[in-house]
Ligand binder design. Structure first.
Ligand code: AGV
Ligand code: CA
Length: 314
């Protein structure tokens, strides 16, 4: 008999690498994807729900339930970034994929997450590749369900490196997923949940390079290698276009579920600035008691090999 699969709830925010993460999850042998929740942060929800349903249909997993959120963080992503992933729905491999008529239906993802956690037979891994608001609001409504969560794996933060927020009245110390809703991040760190954080400290070491894309294209006879290559190609025209800044943020975080041993991890006492010029900054605070398992390094070759292998799928 095959070993038990690890149940996973996935909460993403509709960026190109969020969808690449979904694509990986759908092909990980030891993952049982229970449901997908979309937080309307680095996306526009209608487009993100549509892309989510199309990818599920392509992987023949239309049985996986999807829900969208209706909470908007205090620090909005720019509309240029949010609109950009709509291009995914126009790609030749995506545009004619049929989905249910009600696919672009707005829902309350906290009710959805409650339903999913209640139904889960074993504690779930809660993977987040956007802001953590949906999980925090869900547990605010149903605190006892934290017992159904085995681990929170979150792409977020910048601990010993500078952040990627560049905006008015901000000192640049924060990473965007935390900055969007720093209050929720502040609560998450106080929740006592076991958190594994994948911050910019480690994602900065894995940019999306032309060498990587060339090698991926050499195996483009596999449908999902081809599709992933198309997705990554859309990120080359990032905003601003003269400064290519795309990294394997969410893809690295998702890969952690399959290749945890490729990561160097450190238990760190962290804190989040909930407001002010450093809002969303995740920093070391000895004595805070908020121990977070933090990814500080990854064996890059192992990670890239894993991706090439996993994407050999038709
Ligand atoms: O900060 C990284 C997070 C990841 O979850 N997102 C993008 C990834 O999905 C925000 C972000 C930072 N820089 C960006 C971002 C950029 N240049 N374009 C779009 N989103
Ligand atoms: Ca994201």
């Amino acid at each position: 008999s095959s070993p038990a699969k690890r149940p996973v709830l996935f909460d993403h925010d509709g960026g190109v690498d969020d969808f690449l993460s979904l694509l990986l999850l759908l092909h990980m042998q030891h993952v049982e994807l229970l449901g997908v929740s979309v937080t309307p942060a680095d996306c526009y929800l209608e487009n993100a729900l549509l892309t989510t349903h199309k990818l599920l249909a392509l992987a023949q997993r239309s049985d996986v339930e999807v829900s969208g959120g209706n909470y908007h963080g205090v620090n909005a992503f720019s509309s240029d970034w949010r609109a950009k992933p709509k291009i995914l729905n126009a790609l030749p491999s995506m545009i004619n994929v049929e989905v249910e008529a009600n696919a672009a239906h707005y829902d309350d993802n906290t009710a959805f997450i409650i339903r999913q956690l209640e139904a889960a037979r074993a504690p779930v891994t809660f993977l987040i590749t956007g802001p953590c608001s949906s999980l925090v609001h869900t547990l605010g409504k149903a605190p006892s369900l934290r017992e159904k969560i085995a681990e929170v794996v979150w792409m977020g933060g910048a601990v010993d490196v500078i952040g990627n927020v560049k905006t008015y009245n901000h000192d640049g110390s924060a990473e965007w997923n935390v900055f969007w809703d720093p209050i929720s991040a502040h609560k998450l760190f106080r929740s006592g949940l076991p958190i594994t954080l994948v911050p910019l400290d480690v994602t900065n070491t894995v940019p999306v390079s032309f060498d990587f894309l060339k090698k991926l294209a050499s195996q483009a006879d596999y449908f999902f290698s081809n599709l992933a290559g198309q997705f990554w190609a859309t990120t080359i025209d990032t905003i601003p276009a003269y400064e290519y800044t795309y990294f394997m943020w969410d893809v690295l975080t998702t890969s952690y579920l399959a290749i945890p041993n490729a990561f160097q991890l450190e238990m760190i006492e962290l804190e989040v600035a909930p407001s002010g010029p450093a809002a969303g900054n995740t920093y070391r605070k000895p004595g805070s008691g908020q121990w977070v398992k933090t990814a500080v390094g990854v064996r890059k070759e192992e990670f890239y090999e894993f991706l090439f292998d996993l994407l050999k799928q038709n």
